[in-house]
Design a protein around this ligand. Structure first.
Ligand SMILES: Cc1cc2nc3c(=O)[nH]c(=O)nc-3n(C[C@H](O)[C@H](O)[C@H](O)COP(=O)(O)OP(=O)(O)OC[C@H]3O[C@@H](n4cnc5c(N)ncnc54)[C@H](O)[C@@H]3O)c2cc1C
Length: 333
């Protein structure tokens, strides 16, 4: 079946901007397409995906299989790498023409930079790091973020498109439907001669140790580490246990841990069998990142810490005293 592509039936569409680097599409793109597909079913409307890159013709089938009806393909030898201005100007020009109702991007390095640029250029709102996207009774997008100790709903009632970013793992990856039919439309890139900012090279940082996204045990360290020595102790505990080491925001701010290992709303979503939070208070922005963890334990020196209400087992104690004992016990066993 071929889908007709009149301007009329592209109106009111839900768009996803694909995140593609070196020919690999980030899983968050498929996850957002799956969620867009659910939102697009009632009321019925189209899901479109915009993909940028060089020699990306082979990637469009998977975008359709994950839920896209239309793939806008912006292909150019100038797009071997992500180029901020070209991506932004092309999305803005296309959005002004097609008038989508919503645009979703992944909270990736590219999405975090691109989304606010596009939103500002389209004079619309943007909710970053949403942990759910649904529709209210009138079909307005409800953009859920953790705030004030609960879930807050942000809406963008008058401006269009409604824009949101979500991290990888917020939505499940949809099953690939290889029989789905969609169409690909080539779109010209907006490439002004003078690019204010150019990407010259993308360097993949290699992180030490296990990945928090795939490890079956994760230790997360927080501000309670106190200093570098305290952080090294949490790292030693994590290594002894054979767990991956994650962290809260203050550990990144203090320079103890890399941003890539931060768990939570603006970090990574993890789903280990075992999660141990050390010296962290259980703030919601962190805890949304471990909603899928099976067994949760917290070590905190404040017996009234809210983290204890959210975990299966709690240890009240100073981690600097407790961890060395625990490390020795694990080594002896
Ligand atoms: C929009 C937004 C997005 C955010 N996104 C994230 C995110 O993705 N991830 C994230 O982590 N944060 C995020 N934050 C920050 C978040 O709100 C919290 O500030 C942060 O999670 C708190 O980190 P913490 O628990 O380590 O520190 P704190 O809240 O300061 O807690 C430290 C805990 O350590 C305990 N402690 C102190 N000393 C010891 C000791 N010796 N032994 C044992 N326990 C001790 C204390 O009792 C305390 O409970 C975000 C905030 C905002 C506004």
């Amino acid at each position: 079946m071929t889908i007709e592509t009149t301007i009329e039936n592209e109106m009111e569409a839900i768009w996803v901007v694909a995140d593609q680097i070196n020919g690999a599409i980030n899983p968050v793109t498929f996850q957002l397409l799956g969620q867009a597909r659910k939102l697009a079913d009632d009321p019925a409307r189209k899901v479109a995906c915009i993909i940028f890159g060089d020699e990306i013709g082979g990637l469009t089938t998977s975008l359709v299989g994950a839920g896209a009806d239309i793939v806008y393909k912006a292909e150019s030898s100038d797009l071997k790498l992500y180029q901020q201005n070209i991506y932004k100007d092309t999305i803005v020009a296309l959005a002004k023409e097609k008038q989508p109702d919503m645009i979703f991007l992944g909270s990736t390095s590219v999405g975090r930079e691109l989304a606010p640029l596009v939103a500002a250029a389209l004079n619309t709102g943007l909710s970053a790091h949403c942990i759910d996207l649904c529709l209210d009774e009138e079909g307005i997008l409800e953009q859920k973020i953790p705030a004030y100790g609960g879930l807050m709903t942000i809406i963008c009632p008058s401006k269009r498109p409604q824009m949101a970013t979500c991290a990888q793992g917020v939505f499940a990856t949809p099953e690939m439907d290889e029989k789905r039919q969609g169409i690909t439309i080539d779109v010209p890139i907006c490439n002004s001669e003078f690019q204010k900012i150019q990407t010259l090279e993308i360097v993949q940082e290699s992180l030490e140790g296990l990945s928090i996204e795939t490890a079956s045990s994760v230790v997360a360290g927080g501000a309670g580490a106190g200093d570098t020595k305290g952080w090294d102790l949490i790292k030693e505990f994590s290594d002894t246990l054979g767990a991956a080491l994650g962290c809260t925001r203050p550990a990144v701010d203090e320079g103890w841990a890399e941003l890539d290992t931060m768990i939570g709303q603006s970090g990574k979503m993890v789903s280990p069998e075992l999660y141990i939070g050390v010296g962290l208070s259980g703030e919601q922005q962190h805890m949304v990142g471990i909603m899928e963890a099976k067994l949760m334990i917290a070590i905190n020196n404040d017996e009234k810490s809210p983290v204890f209400e959210q975990v299966d087992y709690g240890v009240v104690g100073d981690c600097k005293e407790f961890l060395p004992v625990l490390i020795n016990k694990i080594k002896e066993s």
